[in-house]
Design a binder for this molecule. Structure first.
Ligand code: TXA
Ligand code: MG
Length: 343
């Protein structure tokens, strides 16, 4: 495995590796992706193997120009109304943390989409990601670059720790700016639905195309059986640290007795202060972290996986976390916390 900083040279080399069927982990604005040439079935098979990902869990296909969308998606199969929605979303939210479910093109091998007739297609905003995708042939399949079910990587170091020598190149582009995966949105069925809340808030989507359905909550959607799966990002236990995690509202967190040996993860500085005052006698026996001193959802999202990676390594008995407000990026933060809490 080669571990390289992003540079014009390393991007060129990484694109060659992709073209010859190799695997490249690369930065995006959401999380690091484990990339393979989306048109090469052998390379795609390696992605499943390296991640330990079940073959029924489809890969997402990244593009880096709207002109190449037709290579990945069969746009002729879309009705006029869906086409218009696609146009609005692409025009306003691409490039960015939004993966659109569209009918897949014939060029994308069946293994990429786990036999589904649709593909999830993001157009990331990250410059190095765009460059790599363009240089490598226009479409790169890239799930998050972590072992299946584990925390997503927001730094190249996380990829090295999780996958190591199983990849050919890890491109280090520094910490991911958004820090949560893309929003997965299904615009192909009658009910437009968010399959996975993520870096594009529901509000931004609804401003463009009107009301959309929420993701099913984890309890409703734990269908780990092939065929019953709408989007495996909906698996109940996912994005989970190895340490047991539970999650509470601010009020409940403050009301509960202090758990010795636990790591407390507060959403905002004010909640932490209130908690510390209420539990002053015990506070020396716990580790305390906060996602955003000022309570910024954007900052909290960008730090969530990073802090969970750190706490996971800390050998704590348990992690006790606070829910964010259920608005904007808070929906995705809460979704990840809920899934991390299921064992
Ligand atoms: O931000 C992201 O989306 C990152 C970066 C690297 O792009 N990628 C990522 O990939 O999170 P992955 O595979 O970890 O998550 C993609 C989600 C999975 O839950 C997958 O099941 C779902 O999208 N998905 C992929 N294709 C689908 C399809 N055709 N229909 C429904 N869900 C699909
Ligand atoms: Mg993932």
């Amino acid at each position: 495995m080669e571990y390289l900083r992003v540079s014009p040279e390393s991007l060129k080399l990484a694109a060659e590796v992709l073209r010859s069927g190799g695997l490249v982990a690369f930065p995006t604005e959401t999380v690091y992706g484990l990339g393979a040439d989306a048109f090469n079935p052998e390379a795609l098979a390696k992605v499943f193997e390296v991640k330990g990902r079940p073959r029924f869990d489809p890969l997402i296909i990244h593009i880096a120009a709207v002109e190449t969308l037709e290579e990945a998606a069969a746009l002729s199969l879309l009705g006029e109304e869906t086409r218009q929605k696609l146009f609005l979303l692409a025009e306003n939210l691409w490039p960015g943390p939004l993966s659109l479910i569209l009918p897949k093109s014939k060029k994308i091998p069946g293994i990429a989409t786990a036999g589904l007739a649709t593909a999830a297609i993001p157009f990331p905003a990250h410059e190095a990601a765009q460059e790599l995708i363009s240089l490598s042939g226009g479409a790169v399949a890239a799930p998050s670059a972590n072992p299946f079910g584990a925390l997503s990587p927001t730094r190249a170091e996380h990829v090295r720790d999780g996958l190591g020598d199983k990849v050919d190149i890890i491109l280090d582009g520094g910490p991911a700016q958004i820090g949560l995966e893309s929003t997965v949105l299904d615009i192909t069925s009658g009910d437009i639905r968010i399959l996975r809340p993520g870096g594009t808030p529901k509000e931004a989507i609804e401003r463009l195309i009107g009301p959309v359905q929420d993701a099913l909550c984890p309890q409703e959607s734990d269908k780990s059986v092939p065929g019953g799966l709408v989007s495996p990002g909906q698996l109940k236990s996912h994005y989970a640290p190895k340490t047991p995690l539970s999650v509470f509202s601010r009020e409940e967190l403050i009301r509960r007795p202090c758990e010795t040996g636990a790591a407390y993860l507060f959403f905002d500085g004010a909640a932490r202060e209130t908690w510390l005052t209420a539990h002053a006698a015990y506070a020396d026996n716990v580790v305390v972290r906060v996602l955003s001193e000022t309570g910024s959802l954007i900052e909290a999202a960008s730090r969530l996986f990073e802090v969970l990676h750190e706490l996971e390594k800390g050998g704590h008995r348990q992690i006790i976390a606070q829910f964010a407000a259920q608005e904007g990026l808070g929906a995705a933060i809460n979704d990840r916390l809920r899934r991390a809490a299921v064992f």
